[in-house]
Design a protein. Structure first.
Length: 69
């Protein structure tokens, strides 16, 4: 487990991996990552993403989470 001074980064992994969607980059917190997804999941779905995984420092936190309506 990282120490108190370690900086965690949060990202999304898309499935299928070859979806044409643009990655937003890294987020400073889980909350920021989840808020971003809440705003853009429809765009991702329209770009071919069917499900996402939340990743923190290379480790899967949760997923798959489907993006269907």
């Amino acid at each position: 487990m990282p120490g108190p001074s370690a900086r965690l980064t949060w990202t999304w992994r898309y499935e299928p991996a070859d979806a044409a969607a643009t990655q937003p980059g890294e987020f400073p917190s889980q909350s920021d990552a989840e808020s971003w997804l809440g705003e853009f999941w429809r765009d991702l779905s329209s770009e071919g993403v069917t499900e996402v995984y939340l990743i923190s420092d290379g480790e899967e936190v949760y997923g798959p989470m489907p993006l269907g309506e």
